[in-house]
Design a protein around this ligand. Structure first.
Ligand code: TTP
Ligand code: MG
Ligand code: MG
Length: 406
């Protein structure tokens, strides 16, 4: 049997050929703390911790708290690398951190500033490489496959652009997929640039602790340890059937593929909404008969607003749904599928009217809602929001609660 963990003895061929993609993961270094040092450069080189609950007050600037003076239950959100050298890390209780480094500087968080820097660094990257998956405030995946330039030079260009835009350093890993890129960006932090190819898997990835794989949490790691699988190489050399037996088909199979550096996931460049909706709860319950005009007006208004939402987001939808809540809190919904996608308020209104014919309108209502689903982007054929769907017509004045009209 092969020795677990000895990279030389492991099969080099991953189960699926590598895709030829060039995927980068970029993560800002000690992000919150680094942003603070931009405006407080006199703290450079010192151990600095960001955390606590207190909000920054105007005029606070000069009086930096010593961590040793902190009393409370706050935690460190991050720490400079100087503070990390003293044993402080994200998530650590500040009292515990204070015991390790009483002289360290404690700063309260300034989320507005972090948000500003986050937008700046992402825009700087997007100007060079537009295919980006947003992974949170300080990290992104970038698809460099179609971006011209040699890999190391391109990664350095991205780092330079981020520094130019924000004054901050980041670390980048470039590999054939997201799984490895995420590992690689951590390898040489801070200010790292790590490029890995398929040939680097045995020497660079297999010696590492399985916990560096995004998706292997403390519990899975402990179970792997108990099986003697304490490196990614050992995991790769393990019998996949053993992993499936231990962790189930899905996770066990994924673990083995991950250990072989296999990951075909595409970048998720846009969080696609599945549907858009508008609803309103009335100030007093409205009766479909007595308050027909008021209800009609409210529903028309919801249709208009929803159409404007669709227009703004550049989406159209193929299903229209209504939601009614009666005075006894029972809720009913009805959906209607359209022949083609629309963002037109008139088409939405007509579909809502058809839906309304299919619900009992026999008691007061407390809520009315409308939803457009099965969203799509307008295609190039010119059937965009303005062109799609039925014409608005002049149905505005017709009552939308026909069940009561006649
Ligand atoms: P990370 O990228 O995990 O950490 P970091 O940027 O501080 O340090 P590194 O150089 O290792 O990347 O997180 C980004 C920011 O998110 C971090 O600066 C503060 C915040 N954060 C929290 O608020 N709580 C946490 O538990 C962690 C991990 C981060
Ligand atoms: Mg970071
Ligand atoms: Mg991060």
């Amino acid at each position: 049997m092969e020795t677990p963990g000895n990279p030389e003895s492991l099969p080099v061929q991953p189960p699926v050929p590598w895709s030829g993609r060039r995927i980068a993961h970029l993560d800002m270094d000690a992000f919150f703390a680094s942003v603070e040092l931009l405006t407080q450069p006199q703290l450079r080189g010192l151990p600095v911790v960001v955390g606590g609950r207190r909000r920054r007050e105007p005029g606070d600037g000069a009086a930096f708290g010593r961590l040793g003076d902190y009393v409370g239950r706050g935690v460190a959100t991050t720490a400079t690398y100087e503070a990390r050298a003293l044993g402080i890390h994200s998530g650590m209780g500040l009292m515990k951190a204070a015991a390790l480094a009483p002289e360290a500087i404690l700063l309260p968080a300034d989320f507005e500033a972090y948000g500003r820097c986050s937008r700046l660094f992402k825009a700087a990257v997007a100007a060079i490489a537009p295919t980006i998956e947003d992974r949170g405030i300080d990290e992104i995946f970038i698809d460099l496959t179609e971006v011209p330039g040699e890999t190391v030079a391109l990664a350095q260009r991205l780092k330079d652009a981020v520094r130019q835009a924000t004054g901050l350093s980041c670390s980048i890993g470039v590999t054939p997929n997201k799984l490895l890129a995420k590992i690689a960006s951590e390898m040489q932090k801070p200010d790292g640039l790590t490029v890995l190819t398929r040939a680097d898997l045995p020497s660079r990835i297999w010696p590492l602790d399985p916990a560096v794989i995004n998706g292997v949490g403390p519990k899975a790691r402990a179970r792997l340890q108990a099986l003697g699988l304490d490196t990614i190489g050992a995991l790769a050399a393990a019998d996949p059937q053993l992993l499936v037996d231990q962790f189930g088909q899905s996770y066990g199979g994924w673990l083995w593929a991950a250990a072989h550096g296999r990951d075909d996931r595409p970048l998720v460049t846009l969080r696609e909404p599945k549907s858009l909706s508008r609803e309103t709860t009335f100030e007093r319950d409205l009766h479909p008969g007595r308050d027909r005009d008021a209800l009609t007006g409210i529903l028309l208004d919801l249709c208009q607003r929803l159409a404007a939402d669709l227009e703004r987001k550049g989406r159209r939808g193929r299903t229209v749904g209504i939601k009614l809540r009666y005075d006894d809190f029972r809720t009913v919904t009805r959906d209607q599928t359209l022949e083609r996608a629309t963002a037109d308020p008139g088409a939405i209104r007509d579909a809502a009217r058809a839906c309304l014919r299919r619900v009992p309108l026999d008691r007061p209502l407390r809520l009315l809602g409308i939803r457009v689903g099965t969203l799509e982007l307008p295609d190039a054929a010119g059937t965009g929001p303005a062109a799609a769907g039925a014409p608005a017509g002049n149905g505005q004045s017709q009552p939308l609660f026909p069940g009561f009209a006649s």
